[in-house]
Design a protein around this ligand. Sequence first.
Ligand SMILES: O=C(O)C(=O)C[C@H](O)C(=O)CO
Ligand code: ZN
Length: 276
Amino acid sequence: MEIRYSADIVRYKTMTNSELRDTFVVSTLWTADEVPLVYSDIDRGVVGSAVPVTKTLTVPTHKDLASDYFAQRREVGVINIGGHGSIKVDGVDYDMENLDSLYIGRESKGIEFSSHDGKNPAKFYFVSYPAHVRYETQHIKKSQANQLHLGANETSNKRTIFQPIHPAILKTCQIVMGFTILDSGNVWNTFPPHTHKRRSEYYMYFDLPEDQRVFHFMGEADNMRPMIMKAGEVALSPIWSMHCGAGTSSYTFIWSMGGENQVFDDMDHISQDDIG
Ligand SMILES: O=C(O)C(=O)C[C@H](O)C(=O)CO
Ligand SMILES: [Zn+2]
């Protein structure tokens, strides 16, 4: 497990673009038949992936978590961005189609990822935060997620926000997680940008052709900084950092938040007049 220490609101201002990426972008996920984990000091979130091709994969724990097993004191949100697969949690099998989600409650000992067909493997992306109470593990199909339809073609931001791991659907300790699909030809996600000092957020961009990029913006209103993102990479946003992005083509991204409240709409929007 890689440990990722964040830069603070003072230090990020003097960092080069590549130093910003080294600090705030995770680009080490998606190795087949492995479970890479990155532990961020931003709200003690862990991001990981599991792409089972030739075998079933389990989530390892790590000495820095000082736990007997990964989810002993943690909850986990998982979304499958690949082919048909399954997740077995303490002996119970959950059938995971593309863009299905699974919330895994604290104290779940055995978490096993598998694909139905290794030639078209499932690609599980997961995020985990500390949890103080156990809530039930729950499978949320894409069609069961809360949906918000936002934006317009005229402003290049027509998109649907799917909210599977959200208080309207189930109880969690901290995590709120879902995905946003941009309509074809639309490129902007949330704009004007926002912060929410009550929660940090991670964005994982995908469904983006290999030769295309998303310009993800972070920082403060008067010091907006770009990070150039490829498919499969994760942008980590501390509570003080704005987040928004524009692609050179359409894309989908998984957003996940951990913090002290779960009110999705309580964003603090930054006025376009203040962006510099
Ligand atoms: O496109 C959007 O708008 C989003 O998906 C916004 C994110 O979900 C977010 O940043 C929530 O705080
Ligand atoms: Zn946000």
